[in-house]
Write a protein that binds this ligand. Structure first.
Ligand code: AMP
Ligand code: MG
Length: 400
């Protein structure tokens, strides 16, 4: 049996880095940035007010003071009037600080009314210290600082950051194209009536959603019977995919269609994990001789979920040139449970105040698809641990 780490290394060796392309910053969420972005602008770009109020010289305000109001600076003003001793300027949030001013007094701390009122001739202010309610130029990011790093996932916040430092387009990696083929003659499409011995195909919808979540593009997601000719045809139809992910048909029973069709091309192994022991991966060639990665997962839905987090996500990350997402966090076990000796256990867990506990009383049973959605994490219990004790610290993938 291979360890999870050894099998993961074999899976990762299948990845080839995908090319990047220029994309408008408001597109491509979930893709990966393929360049560092040095700030073209400082953020903030100039010293400005954090409040609606009056810009003052702090030295003038000791003990409170009545100051002459010499002008107005709304946000977007083309210029700002300078202030001298005993003077103030009415200022709005985000407006540039007037030359000479070093602090802002919020309007609510003065004797003036709030709102759209005429500019007063004077204002009474309390004592303020220098720098109060002033946002300094570059205090978030200075010009030339690397504001965003190559390899990070493109998100709305990343797009906002890129806009703030002067970018309208960025280089994002192409999404890996993924074909999902769920094998099993027993499968019927979601929502269809069940005949004798039939079950709904939950794996293809589960995997398609995970592929999107992991930054991939689903080119097809369907079930295919355990007939060799059908499976060959489905593989051929998946020719435009970078990665083909199959479920089922890899264990040691009869009618294991994935094994029957690609046993000579890819490697079938047993991995020391629970659930998810039978696995296979390797490269196959499409009709034009183009190489594709094939990741063959077991059939049971919880095994599929666990295998997707353990192997498919790192594989798709590798295609996208990143490892940024492959983090676990450390959380205590709120209760104890038994784990299979010699195999890493991936336990679906929920988070409670006292730590994590199994999401279902049947633990990591690989068929428990209808309650898998309750899991907020997958706790990874090392192979050498046979019993989790309350208070043990565990590595947990957050899966929500
Ligand atoms: P297999 O590895 O093909 O023997 O499948 C193992 C178990 O997973 C069997 O109980 C299958 O019925 C079940 N299974 C296989 N594929 C799916 C699927 N797409 N959706 C739900 N259950 C499945
Ligand atoms: Mg099967």
């Amino acid at each position: 049996m291979l360890t999870v780490e050894d099998y993961l290394a074999r899976v990762l060796s299948l990845a080839t880095a995908l090319p990047a392309e220029d994309c408008p910053i408001d597109s491509g969420f979930g893709r990966v940035l393929d360049e560092d972005l040095p700030a073209r602008f400082a953020v903030p770009p100039f010293d400005n007010s954090a409040m609606d109020g009056f810009a003052v010289r702090s030295a003038d305000t000791t003990g409170g003071a009545r100051l002459r109001v010499v002008g107005d600076v709304p946000a977007g003003a083309g210029g700002a009037p300078a202030i001298g001793e005993g003077e103030a300027v009415r200022i709005m949030t985000g407006a540039p600080m007037p030359p000479g001013a070093d602090a802002v007094v919020p309007v609510e701390d003065t004797d003036q009314e709030q709102g759209d009122v005429p500019l007063p001739a004077s204002v009474t202010v309390p004592t303020v210290t220098a720098g109060k309610h002033v946002r300094r130029a570059g205090e978030d990011v200075a010009v030339g600082d690397t504001a965003l790093h190559r390899g990070q996932r493109w998100t709305p916040a990343a797009a906002g950051a890129a806009a703030s430092v002067g970018y309208a387009t960025v280089r994002l990696r192409r999404r890996p194209r993924v074909a999902v083929l769920a094998t099993g003659t027993e499968l019927v499409a979601a929502g269809a009536p069940l005949g004798f011995g039939r079950i709904p195909d939950s794996n293809s919808v589960l995997l398609a959603g995970l592929v999107e979540r992991f930054g991939g593009e689903v080119v097809c997601a369907r079930s295919v019977s355990d007939d060799v000719a059908d499976f060959r045809e489905a593989l051929a139809d998946a020719a435009d995919a970078d990665v083909i992910v199959t479920t089922g048909g890899v264990s040691v029973g009869a009618f294991e269609v994935v094994r029957q069709v690609v046993e000579s091309e890819i490697e079938f192994v047993r991995v020391a994990m629970q659930p998810g022991k039978p696995q296979a991966c390797g490269r196959v060639r499409d009709a034009d001789g183009r190489e594709q990665a094939l990741l063959a997962l077991p059939g049971n839905p919880v095994s599929v979920f666990v295998s997707a987090w353990a192997f498919l996500r790192p594989l798709l990350d590798a295609y996208q040139g990143t490892t940024a997402d492959l983090r676990t966090i450390r959380i205590r076990a709120a209760e104890g449970w038994r784990t299979p000796p010699g195999r890493s256990q991936f336990m679906p867990v929920v988070l409670t105040d006292g730590g994590v506990r199994p999401a279902h009383h049947l633990g990591s049973g690989s068929h428990l698809i209808a309650s898998l959605h309750l899991a907020e994490g997958l706790a990874v219990v090392p192979a050498e641990v046979e019993c989790v004790e309350p208070g043990d610290v565990l590595d947990v993938f957050l899966v929500r």
